[in-house]
Write a protein that binds this ligand. Structure first.
Ligand code: SAH
Length: 480
């Protein structure tokens, strides 16, 4: 690095440090705060002499005592010490490790209020980022969040790290911002079958002396236990992720799993020899039973293999897809494009009421699953393609394919700009935008707003007790 820039940096750092000592709060100071807001990530927001502090686990309406743990020029973070006066919406988190686990962030907020908060997050993003009015004349209808009647035990997939502590095998979850495993056999958002399967595999591994993985020394055999359950079929898959292929007493292990867990239809081994945080390695093979398990969403049946992507909350997935189908307005005559189609779940769901569906997805294995799932259901009016939606869909347009409806369900970063341009050029009558990130949804709706009217937005709670919110939005072409 050149000398001048080093000196400049030093001066900048000195200025920064000086600016931080001018703040109304200092590191490690204890403060009393009224909490007035809640961030999209679920942290409480309070002001101390005008300076903003974010406090995880604090709620609007709480009066709290907190310790300042991080300061920046314009805002800081504090750790909740005591709640001096409680928000009317505060509830006792039912999970005993809520404050140590990074999985749920909103277990202390009453469920009804959580649904209201998630709708508000959507409204705020649409207004601030999308410039879309949500109140008064010309307002877009943002419906109340569709929640679950019983918002517990919804996850169909568990991924549990295994480790060694004081010579014993432990498995559970990593404590927040660390790699220390908290040993636990119950997770309240996990399907009972997953809890039961993970606990049984841990017990059997201990009895058979299977060595847990030691992350620091990179020794031992069993790294992760992944289990999946078909919520509508009850079928269970157990995946053992190991550092090498050889498992001592393999037959006894398989026999014990089958005996203790009659719902298991598939036992799979995946080998990951690397020093990495990535769970799966490249090599996967079936140790016993089927290569996959089955589940249904509405009338469609899906094969799920160890590595397949599959929505984790099947009950709410059906709610979301039904809304997508309703917004698509299909009568059996339409041509539909499903962009970012994954294993083809939305495509196959819509194919029942469309003339033809085209699905596009960038991961080749997902498209292999999509084709297999189409065959499994005898659905022959879908065409799947591997590639980037922003490249494949313009090519389809060149070939003369016209869509009446385009459905998009992009990852968190939203749609590629080139895809939005193509949609504006293709001008389907309707666009149904399924989104897991209200900020990029709002950004993209603003672009599509040039030629489309946003009619309504339906938030769906796919991940109760976390800050995430999913949305399904209906856009209709302005001249139709
Ligand atoms: N619609 C599916 C999957 C949605 S997740 C479902 O409901 O299950 C988003 C998907 O977009 C992922 O499968 C990801 O692999 C895929 N993806 C990411 N970037 C893409 C791109 N540029 N073009 C096509 N697909 C992409």
């Amino acid at each position: 690095m050149p000398k001048t820039s080093k000196r400049k940096k030093h001066v900048q750092n000195q200025n920064k440090a000086a600016a931080l000592t001018d703040l109304p709060v200092q590191l490690n100071q204890t403060v009393e705060l009224e909490i007035s807001g809640l961030t999209h990530e679920g942290a409480g927001v309070g002001r101390y002499e005008g300076y903003t502090l974010f406090v995880p686990q604090a709620l609007p309406g709480d009066r709290i005592r907190a310790e300042v743990v991080h300061v920046k020029k314009n805002y800081g973070f504090a750790r909740l010490l005591d709640v001096l006066a409680e928000s009317p919406h505060r509830v006792q988190p039912p999970c005993p490790v809520f404050d140590r686990c990074g999985g749920c962030s909103l277990q202390h907020l009453a469920y009804e209020e959580q649904l209201r908060h998630k709708r508000q997050v959507v409204v705020d993003n649409l207004r601030r980022i999308g410039g879309i009015p949500t109140e008064g004349e010309g307002a877009v209808l943002v419906h109340p969040t569709l929640g679950m009647a019983n918002p517990w035990r919804y996850r169909n997939k568990a991924q549990v790290p295994i480790g060694e502590q004081e010579g014993g095998l432990v498995g559970g979850f990593y404590a927040e911002r660390s790699h220390t495993i908290i040993d636990i056999d119950h997770c309240l958002i996990q399907h009972e079958a997953n809890d039961e399967a993970v606990a049984a595999v841990k017990r059997i591994a201990v009895r058979l002396g299977i060595q847990p993985y030691d992350e620091n020394r990179h020794t031992g055999l069993l790294r992760h236990v992944v289990t999946r359950v078909g919520a509508n079929t009850g079928e269970v898959m157990v995946v053992l992720i190991t550092t090498e292929a050889f498992i001592p007493q393999r037959e006894l292990l398989i026999e014990a799993i089958c005996r203790q867990l009659p719902a298991v239809k598939s036992i799979v081994q995946n080998i990951n020899p690397h020093r990495t945080n990535v769970i799966f390695g490249d090599e996967t093979f079936t140790l016993w039973g089927q290569d996959e398990i089955y589940d249904t969403i509405g009338p469609v049946r899906f094969a799920i293999s160890a590595r397949s992507f599959y929505q984790v909350n099947p009950q709410q997935t059906e709610v979301l897809y039904k809304k997508t189908l309703e917004y698509a307005g299909l009568t059996g005559e339409q041509t539909v494009i499903d962009a970012y189609c994954g294993i083809g779940t939305i495509s196959l769901f819509l194919a029942q009421r469309a003339r033809r569906v085209y699905g596009v997805e960038i991961v080749p294995e997902a498209i292999a699953d999509a084709n297999r799932n189409a065959r499994l259901n005898g659905i022959d009016n879908v065409t799947f393609a591997v590639g980037a939606a922003e490249e494949v869909i313009p090519a389809w347009k060149q070939e003369g394919i016209r869509a009446d409806v385009i459905v998009v369900d992009p990852p968190r970063k939203g749609c590629d700009e080139a895809l939005l341009t193509t949609i504006l050029q293709m001008r389907p009558e309707r666009v149904v935008y399924v989104s897991c990130n209200p900020a990029t949804l709002a950004r993209d709706l603003k672009v599509l707003g040039e030629l489309y009217e946003v009619r309504e937005v339906q938030p769906v709670d796919m991940f109760p007790w976390t800050g995430h919110v999913e949305c399904c939005s209906l856009l209709v072409s302005k001249d139709k």
